[in-house]
Design a protein around this ligand. Structure first.
Ligand code: ZN
Length: 439
């Protein structure tokens, strides 16, 4: 604990996940909450409404808290692989926000994490990754609760950790080993991270971990398609039959490369350059967000551009056009009328809590954002004779966010972009914010 003042405290278990665009009842899997003073005498604990426990009493200082989390039950009851921790006979994969709690009012305090597992188990925290991983015990530090909650812990004999080649310490944590061609996967990670770092021109993290699980579905209701980005890591989930091997078709490789690049790009946007709701984060109720089209659409566009940058000119042009059509334009064309008639902010608010659950909302909000990015890029390149592009605008925005340390407002975007490129993109922004079917 930090040096707490005497008196009761409120212990909060998250229900919302940063970038999760939804909620999960993580508090349901927490039991046996116990709290103690400095002399190890138990203090009272009262369950409150929501994911909260009132702990301690007047004039006594809370010194230590204990609780259990039932990971097996969590995985059985949460159907989205990206939202739940996992436990197997020889493997443990923990998502920070599903197991860590905070004391209300102390979210900004730094945290020290000590993980202890069976002596012979490899264990790694993404707060301080290393290869080979340590055994039995691992430690890390987090600047605040967000950084702790956004980290992962992986452990067990079936875990393998590979150090990859990069200008930044880069790690691939794999479960299980053997069912996937780790050199192929590692090379794709190395290449796509480098392409994204080249696009943004910066390396905002001290190290980066790619965590990939190939899982036997717990039931046929469980789904394994979604990936999740974090501050210094990204987690990828596939059902066991979808691993990448030397026999995978080129489309499979291309899809994985794009998926990696897209999620890596989130380390810049919106993890470190964001608008309201992304940070500071509301852990108990998923925030209602106005700008998912930016946070999802623009990094996806950046990923397309970053990959295209590595291709010969003609091929790059084809790749770009093909991706804009397949990923963005087609979703707009196939969208039901009631979704097309939503303004982009309205659609973003709706997608804030059901992005993947009703993926029509997620897909349409990122597609309109991606096409907005493409139109802005074209305008900037046209008006500057090709000397500037959206890449300059996004690099400038990331730097602006680093300096300002605050969320940007939608109205500020064209101002910031004009400062970066000299081009006014407001017309493009306004056009895409409108409903897309005015019939
Ligand atoms: Zn995304």
């Amino acid at each position: 604990m930090p040096d707490l003042p005497p008196g009761p405290q409120v212990l909060v278990v998250p229900r919302a996940m940063p970038m999760g665009y939804g909620e999960q009842p993580f508090d349901r899997f927490v039991s046996s909450v116990q709290t103690f003073d400095a002399d190890d005498a138990p203090l009272p604990v009262t369950r409150q409404d929501g994911p909260r426990w009132l702990i301690g009493r007047d004039e006594t200082t809370v010194f230590r808290i204990e609780y259990n989390v039932d990971i097996k039950q969590m995985e059985q009851e949460i159907f989205s692989a990206a939202d739940t921790s996992k436990v197997r006979p020889r493997y443990l994969g923990l998502l920070g926000y599903s197991v860590f709690a905070y004391l209300e009012g102390f979210e900004k305090h730094p945290a020290r994490l000590v993980v202890e597992v069976p002596d012979d188990w490899p264990v790694l925290t993404t707060l301080a990754p290393r290869a080979p991983p340590s055994r039995g015990k691992s430690e890390g530090k987090a600047a605040n609760f967000y950084a702790l909650a956004d980290s992962q812990v992986v452990a067990g004999p079936d875990l393998s950790v590979h150090r990859l080649n990069s200008t930044v310490p880069l790690f691939l944590a794999l479960y299980p080993d053997g069912d996937v061609d780790s050199p192929i996967l590692g090379r794709l990670v190395e290449e796509s991270l480098q392409q994204i770092m080249d696009y943004f021109g910066t390396t905002p993290f001290p190290h980066y971990t790619v965590h990939q699980e190939l899982l036997r579905p717990v039931s046929d209701r469980h789904s394994y398609g979604f990936s999740m980005e974090h501050l210094d890591s990204a987690t990828f989930y596939l059902s066991e039959d979808r691993g990448l091997t030397a026999a995978s078709p080129p489309q499979g490789l291309a899809r994985t490369r794009y998926n990696f690049a897209h999620h890596f790009a989130h380390a810049w946007i919106p993890k470190r350059s964001y608008s309201k709701g992304y940070y500071p984060f509301s852990w108990e109720l998923a925030p209602v967000l106005d700008t998912i089209w930016f946070s999802e659409g623009f990094p996806q566009y950046a990923a397309i551009e970053a990959i295209a940058d590595g291709l010969p000119a003609e091929e790059a042009k084809r790749y770009r056009e093909d991706m804009l059509t397949r990923r963005f334009r087609s979703s707009l064309e196939q969208a039901p009328l009631f979704i097309r008639r939503m303004s982009l902010v309205e659609l973003s608010r709706v997608a804030s809590t059901r992005y993947s659950e009703d993926f029509r909302t997620g897909r349409n909000v990122f597609s309109r954002g991606g096409l907005m990015a493409a139109d802005m890029d074209e305008l900037i390149q046209r008006q500057t004779g090709g000397s500037k592009s959206l890449r300059d605008a996004l690099r400038y925005l990331v730097e602006w966010s680093r300096k300002e340390q605050r969320p940007f407002e939608i109205e500020e975007l064209p101002v910031i972009f004009e400062q970066a490129t000299g081009v006014d993109t407001r017309e493009v922004l306004d056009r895409w914010l409108k409903p897309q079917d005015l019939r």
